[in-house]
Design a protein around this ligand. Structure first.
Ligand SMILES: Cc1ncc(COP(=O)(O)O)c(C=O)c1O
Length: 381
């Protein structure tokens, strides 16, 4: 299929390496980096990105679910890996067998892991997750002492880290993250009182690590910035202010090719449900990508693509496998011409961030939703 589809996600591993090295220089040398490569490295391909990460200064990898961790192990990646999402006690055998560290907030999982590690004659690492206000995964600070009492004597369990996750670090309102950090400090004080010393303390995602230096502790957990994309306008403002931040580079560009160019007369409806009508005699190009490839239908009539170095507005409803673009203003458009959904062409550029704003979503979703049938083509591997 990779050889036939007229669409491709081009992934520049040199840009990924550059981003990681740039971040490395920005942090204190003793701050460790857990490169978050969950969700197939935000659509960029977990194995190539994980390899590039460990070869360029990542100390740890963050996977989302156990299968993602196992995929990395099966591809020969032996760096420490944390499963960030939830795991169940019946995953213990695979977690231990593949040396996958586990996010932990309950006793049954701790017991199952320790029992299985004893069976396999190993130690298993857990990262205790404290819920400091996201109200998703984690033990609340009030219940932390009780959990520690239940798990601290489990023979084959190593409490390697304590962590939390921020609900609102991407937003302009700093007060929510500050309150979570305060709750996290409470949790750290409890650990200290209980005499539990963890080698790693981590909570900072991309936004937090830039906006709240005090959230870095001795490890950070960046995801999106490694792919050269900013989570929100809030972080963009910080970047605009802090001139010492070196530029991070987008890693992925999404491209297609025109399969058909034709003339459509004025006042003609275009695509499903006829919600666009030509306002003039038009030249319209068809591109063979659609919402089945991850191009959100909500972007219909509200996005551009780049053709011959110029912006061409997308018109009519986005279909499952096709979109239409108005190329009337662009001279000499030919079938077979490249069209850029996001990325650069000539002097023009369309960013993932732009598509996210227009699609009323976040850049994460734009990247993660690019479908499996879009071939990933790597350069500088
Ligand atoms: C627990 C956890 N840590 C870190 C990250 C990385 O976040 P970001 O991509 O904003 O850096 C994520 C991503 O969602 C996450 O779920």
């Amino acid at each position: 299929m990779a050889h036939h589809r007229a669409t491709r996600a081009e992934i520049d591993l040199q840009a990924f390496r550059h981003n990681l090295q740039t971040l490395r220089k920005y942090l204190d040398p003793q701050t460790q980096i857990m490169a978050v490569i969950k969700a197939d490295a935000y659509g960029h391909g977990a194995v190539p990105c994980a390899r590039a990460a460990v070869e360029n200064g990542a100390d740890y990898l963050g996977a989302g679910v156990i299968e993602e961790g196992m995929e990395l192990r099966e591809n020969g990646i032996d760096a420490p890996i944390l499963i960030l999402g939830s795991t169940f006690p019946d995953h213990a055998e695979h977690l231990v067998r593949h040396n996958l560290a586990t996010t932990l907030c309950t006793q049954p999982l701790a017991q199952a892991l320790s029992r299985e590690a004893e069976k396999q004659n190993k130690m298993v690492s857990v990262h205790i997750k404290v819920d400091t206000g996201m109200n998703r995964l984690g033990v609340s600070p009030e219940n932390l002492s009780a959990l520690l009492d239940q798990i601290r004597n489990l023979k084959n369990l190593k409490i390697a880290a304590v962590s939390t996750h921020f609900s609102s670090a991407d937003e302009d309102d700093f007060s929510i993250t500050r309150a979570q950090l305060k709750n996290f400090q409470t949790a750290l004080a409890i650990l200290q009182k209980e005499g539990v010393r963890t080698p790693m303390i981590h909570c900072a995602n991309t936004s937090a690590l830039f906006k709240f230096p005090e959230s870095r502790f001795n490890m950070v957990r960046p995801g999106l910035i490694l792919y050269g994309v900013l989570p929100s306008s809030s972080l963009q403002k910080v970047f605009d202010r802090e001139k010492n931040l070196r530029p991070f580079q987008p890693v992925m560009q999404w491209k297609s090719r025109i399969i058909l160019v034709k003339s459509i007369a004025k006042d003609q409806p275009v695509s499903y449900s006829r919600n666009f009508t030509t306002r003039r005699d038009s030249r319209v190009a068809t591109l063979p990508i659609g919402y089945a490839d991850g191009l959100h239908r909500i972007l219909s009539n509200n996005m551009d693509v780049l053709i011959r170095g110029q912006r061409a507005p997308q018109i009519g409803n986005i279909c499952m496998d096709m979109i239409l673009v108005d190329v009337t203003e662009i001279s000499d458009v030919q079938e077979g011409d490249e069209a850029v959904i996001f990325g650069k062409q000539g002097n023009q550029m369309i960013s993932v961030e732009e598509l996210a704003v227009k699609g009323k979503t976040i850049p994460y979703e734009i990247l993660c939703n690019i479908g499996k049938r879009v071939p990933r083509i790597y350069s500088n591997g």
